[in-house]
Design a protein around this ligand. Sequence first.
Ligand SMILES: NC(=O)C1=CN([C@@H]2O[C@H](COP(=O)(O)OP(=O)(O)OC[C@H]3O[C@@H](n4cnc5c(N)ncnc54)[C@H](OP(=O)(O)O)[C@@H]3O)[C@@H](O)[C@H]2O)C=CC1
Ligand SMILES: O=C(CO)COP(=O)(O)O
Length: 336
Amino acid sequence: MDIQGKKKIVVVGGGSWATANIKMLSDNVVEKEIYWWMRSGDAVEHIQQFKHNPNYLSSVEIRVPAQHISTDLKHLISIGDFILLNVPAAFLKDALKDITADDLKGKKIISAIKGIVPDENQIIGEFLNQHYQMPFENFIVISGPCHAEEVALEKLSYLTIASADHELAACFAGMLQTRYIKTNVSDDIYGTEYAAVLKNIYAVASGICHGVGYGDNFQAVLISNAIREIMHFVNAVHPIDRDIKESAYLGDLLVTAYSQFSRNRTFGNMIGKGYTVKSAQLEMNMVAEGYYAVNCLHQVNKQYKVNMPICSAVYAILYKKHSPVLEMQHLAEQLS
Ligand SMILES: NC(=O)C1=CN([C@@H]2O[C@H](COP(=O)(O)OP(=O)(O)OC[C@H]3O[C@@H](n4cnc5c(N)ncnc54)[C@H](OP(=O)(O)O)[C@@H]3O)[C@@H](O)[C@H]2O)C=CC1
Ligand SMILES: O=C(CO)COP(=O)(O)O
C-alpha cells in the first residue's frame, strides 16, 4: 500500500483511549477519513445524535461523520487503510471474532493497546502475526506516557510511534501530531509493547503500596526497582541496544505509577485497602490491564526466568489471594 495520499483510518474500541485517539486524529491537520467501531449500539446512536461519547471522555466533541460510526466491524475494516486497535487486550479476541486474516490483508495495523492477550499470552503484534498472518512491517505501536483524560484537556503530551518500518511509523506519527501532541519514532516494537504491559503491573503495585499505607519514600524505591525489572525482562525477551530512560519506557512507568488518572494505580489502591478484585473492578467501570497482564506475564516468564519480585508479589496478591500487607512486607525485604 502506498503510504502517501488521503487515508481511511478505522478506530476499533469505544473506551477512553479510543475516544482520545479519535480526538487527536480529528485535531491533526493531515487530510484523512476517520471511521469508528464500538460494540454498543446505544453508544453509536448517542454519538451520532449528540456528538459526544456518553460513557468515556464525554466532554470531547466528536467530529466523525455519523455514517462513519458503526457496530459493523467487518464492513468498516473493508473500507480502512489503517486499522487502529484499541479495545482492552482481554476483549480483543472477542472484538475480532468475525474478522479473518483475509479481512486484514494489506492493512496497516496499529495497536494502541497496552496489554497481553489472555490464554495466548502474546503481546498484540505477536498475536496478530500468528493468528492473522499480519507481517510485522505492517504493524505500528502507539505508546508513551499519555492519559486519555489529559488529551481531552489538551495538555501537552508525547507519544512514541514504533514500527519495524521507519517510514510507516513517521507517516502515522504525522497523522497524530497536534498543538498538544508531540511524537517520537522508534523501531523497538517488542520493547515498547512489553514495557507498556509491565508498567501497568507496577502501577498496580504502586497503588497497593499506597493503599496499605506506604509513603512517597517507599514508592520511589519501588519504582526504581520496577524500571530495573522492566529492563531485565525486555532485554531477555528482545535484546537490542535501547535506553530504558526514554519516555516510552521510564516515562510511561512514571505517569502510570503516580498519576491520579491511572486506572491501574486506582485499582491497586483499592486492593491495598481491602477490596476484592471483583468489587474493585465493579467500582472502576474502566479496565486495569495490569490485573490481566500479571497472570499472562507469570506464564510468559516461566520461559525467560527473569527475577521479578514486584510482579511476583502482585501475582500472589491478585491470583493467590495473599494478604497485600504481608506480601508487601515480604517484597520490601527484597528491594534496594
Ligand atoms: N485510558 C488511557 O489513558 C489509556 C489507555 N490505553 C490502553 O488502551 C486500551 C483500551 O483502554 P481504554 O480505552 O482506556 O478502556 P476503558 O477502560 O476506558 O474502557 C473499557 C472498554 O472496554 C470495553 N469492554 C469492557 N468490558 C468488555 C467486555 N466484556 N467485552 C468487550 N469489551 C468490553 C468497553 O466497552 P463498553 O463501553 O461497551 O462496555 C470499553 O470500550 C487498554 O489496553 C489501555 O491500556 C493506552 C494509553 C492510555
Ligand atoms: O497507559 C496509560 C498512560 O500512559 C494509562 O494507564 P492506566 O490504564 O493505568 O490509566
